[in-house]
Design a protein around this ligand. Structure first.
Ligand SMILES: C[S@@+](CC[C@H](N)C(=O)[O-])C[C@H]1O[C@@H](n2cnc3c(N)ncnc32)[C@H](O)[C@@H]1O
Length: 227
């Protein structure tokens, strides 16, 4: 990709971030439907996005069981870029969940996943059974209009006791909106205080993606306590 093309892809990615502001779930799904049908993957690659490599490496390192038998739910799976890296690390059984049908169609064309759920995670009660997954992960879905605080409760619900929950995204989107950040942190703090969840890692990922300068990321890795 030429430098000029890179710049225009990166610019489009930033324009989408602006379009997401103030959208409800339908608006978000429509935007991702359009993006998936056009330039999504090219735009992500143009900013040298490291999120999928960082998260897959972390999960492969920390997960203690048999990777080939571990059931994983990829929340906001998008086109399957994280799943590709998880498969490269030896995981095999990954389900995709995404509110955008367009994104899921793109993911389906790659054949990385076992099952596909076209839903927002906040609305999965009655759709995904409790304690189904060894790992529930979500990459790049942080921010208002994306993962909301109710998402954390659902991610916790569908995780098996002892299982891992991993969330990662752009730091500016995680703590750039103080009210959003507070809503997310309070759910986590409550689960920790009631000894249902243990924080294993809560860190800043240096050099997450590059557009004009290096933007940092966050990665939260939690374990559902075996009660
Ligand atoms: C920036 S993309 C990230 C996709 C993929 N995880 C990756 O890293 O390439 C965000 C995706 O999350 C989906 N999404 C946003 N909010 C969601 C939610 N609350 N539940 C499920 N999917 C959601 C969008 O439709 C979109 O496909």
């Amino acid at each position: 990709m030429s430098e000029l093309e890179k710049e225009s892809c990166a610019k489009r990615l930033k324009d989408y971030e602006v379009k997401f502001i103030g959208q409800d779930r339908n608006g978000i799904a429509n935007l991702y439907d359009t993006w998936s049908a056009t330039t999504y993957e090219k735009d992500i690659d143009a900013v040298d996005h490291r999120g999928r490599f960082v998260m897959s490496e972390k999960l492969a390192r920390v997960f203690q069981g048999d990777k080939e038998c571990a059931r994983i739910l990829d929340v906001g799976a998008g086109s399957g870029m994280l799943a590709e890296e998880l498969l490269n690390k030896g995981f095999k059984l990954i389900d995709a969940l995404d509110g955008s049908q367009g994104m899921l169609e793109l993911a389906k064309s790659k054949g990385f996943y076992q099952n596909y759920f076209c839903n927002f995670i906040e609305e999965t009660q009655g759709i995904i059974e409790d304690e189904t997954y060894d790992i529930v992960c979500s990459l790049g879905v942080i921010g208002p209009g994306h993962l909301e605080s109710a998402a954390l409760g659902q991610m916790f619900r569908v995780t098996k006791p002892g299982g891992l929950i991993c969330i990662s995204g752009v730091k500016e989107r995680w703590d750039g909106d103080p009210e959003y950040h507070q809503r997310m942190r309070s759910v986590i703090a409550e689960l920790e205080a009631s000894k249902k969840l243990k924080m294993l890692d809560d860190s800043t990922v240096i050099q997450y993606y590059f557009y004009q300068y290096w933007h940092h990321g966050v990665l939260l890795l939690m374990q559902k306590i075996n009660s």
